[in-house]
Design a protein around this ligand. Structure first.
Ligand code: AMP
Length: 449
């Protein structure tokens, strides 16, 4: 983490030296929900409901991870692949931490759901799951915002996602993760040998399904023309879709699907391709980050903050300027005529202190006069010593964000206790109880020399 921070700082300095061409941040930030839990909401905690949805007389197993908070919440319906060995539950949990409900179903005839599995049935199941979420009684019970239902799916589930979104305008958007163009396989069956090869390819995946490979290949031969991905994706029209392809699997095919869908009317498709396999085995964090960033458009609360510009006029109404002027409260641990140190209201660890210059109007480290910076750093050192002594620390971290990752446009150094073995994430943390902040501030204050 620290290494990453140092690398980031070096990149920034190089970018600044190289001029505007390199000044744009190239790496999108990892959303907080990918790496950090939320505090428990005691009135409306995150929860999980397991139930069955009746689809044409068959009971289909469903799980709904409900988001914390009163809601109503935007809701992601997730549709698994063929047969669904890769469950993508990590993605659903991350999406839920971002403030979304996340529901998954097992299609009819899969993984213990009643009925028979077929491509056609799975399309009906996906549509029925959307209708279930949009049903006012279910939406009220599970705090679903029916105007913000997004469908996502992996592999076969990506196809089913396009199918459900095409069929139902209530679907606000679609996420296709290395989506399979099911119908395209029809063209590969040209004689008895290729037919048998298609059957043999499906056989290892059918044990969790109430289906035979022979039956599925027969369905493909019969209905393959209705199982093409691009025409379904095109039906989304202006509704947003995110296509995430795996370069080592269906990514190249996905590129062609997107091209065809755009030509046929899909005008809001975002594409991204990751250098990984069909299960995103080594790109889980990247996958979660891509999905959550894209979902931000439906929920401004979960959208990542744009970086502060590196160059701009100083804004005297920023919160730290107000603290300096005594217009806003702070739990102070140290103050002299030049520098102020106070508790971070949302600590990464208890004892997290911020150190700021009271006299400099620097927004970031590129702005500050080195003499002012030296005064700030001298207090950073004092605070570090005091934290070690007062809190019995084995170590601490000094960190400072410029532009990306920065939320307050007044230069500030973070002095953050570290706990051996505990990873540190650069994420927005939950606000601490003021009583705890004052108690810790008192300990550090007493240890300041
Ligand atoms: P950065 O993201 O590096 O700009 O850090 C800004 C820090 O300021 C965050 O860790 C916030 O939790 C903290 N912060 C924001 N407002 C206040 C405040 N009124 N009092 C104390 N800390 C604050």
């Amino acid at each position: 983490m620290t290494r990453k921070f140092i690398a980031g700082a070096c990149a920034l300095v190089l970018a600044a030296l190289a001029g505007p061409a390199l000044a744009e941040p190239k790496v999108a930030p990892t959303p907080r929900a990918v790496v950090a839990d939320n505090p428990r909401d005691k009135d409306h905690p995150a929860d999980m409901a397991a139930f069955q949805v009746d689809i044409q007389g068959s009971k289909v197993n469903a799980i709904l991870y409900t988001a914390a908070g009163a809601g109503p919440h935007p809701t992601l319906l997730f549709l698994h692949g063929f047969p669904g060995n890769e469950t993508n539950i990590d993605l659903l949990q991350a999406v839920r931490r971002a403030g979304w409900n996340a529901m998954r179903i097992n299609y009819r005839g899969s993984w213990g759901s009643q009925g028979k599995f077929s491509y056609g049935n799975a399309r009906v199941d996906a549509a029925a799951a959307v209708a279930w979420l949009a049903d006012p009684a279910n939406a009220a019970k599970y705090r679903v915002d029916a105007s913000r239902i997004v469908v996502a799916g992996h592999s076969l589930g990506g196809f089913m996602t396009a199918s459900a979104a095409a069929a139902d305008p209530r679907v606000a958007g679609a996420v296709l993760i290395d989506a399979a163009d099911i119908g395209a396989r029809k063209a590969t069956i040209v004689d008895a040998a290729s037919r048998q090869a298609a059957i043999d390819r499906l056989r290892p995946d059918t044990p969790p399904l109430v289906a035979t490979p022979e039956g599925l290949v027969a369905e493909l031969e019969r209905d393959g023309d209705q199982l093409r991905l691009a025409p379904l994706l095109a039906k989304l029209g202006q509704r947003p879709a995110l296509v995430i392809g795996a370069e080592l699997a269906l990514g190249p095919a996905n590129r062609k699907v997107v091209e065809a869908a755009r030509a046929a009317g899909a005008s809001a498709v975002t594409e991204t391709y990751l250098p990984t396999d069909h299960s995103f085995s080594d790109a889980r964090i990247a996958l979660e980050s891509e999905v959550i960033r894209w979902l931000g458009q439906f929920d401004p609360k979960s959208a990542p903050r744009p970086p502060l510009p590196l160059t701009a006029a100083y804004d005297p109404s920023n919160i730290f300027a107000r603290i300096i002027r005594g217009e806003a409260p702070a739990y102070k641990v140290y103050e002299d005529k030049d520098v102020l140190a106070f508790m971070d209201r949302a600590p990464m660890e208890p004892g997290h202190v911020l150190v700021i210059s009271k006299t400099s109007k620097a927004r970031n480290i590129l702005d500050i006069d080195p003499a002012d910076l030296a005064k700030v750093m001298a207090v950073v050192q004092k605070v570090g010593r005091a934290e070690v002594q007062a809190l019995g620390l084995e170590g601490f971290m000094v960190l400072q964000n410029n532009g990306v990752g920065q939320s307050v446009p007044h230069l500030h150094m973070h002095v953050i206790p570290r706990v051996a073995g505990k990873p540190a994430y650069l994420a927005e943390n939950a606000a601490a109880d003021p009583k705890d902040l004052e108690a810790t501030a008192a300990k550090i204050r007493a240890a300041m020399k």
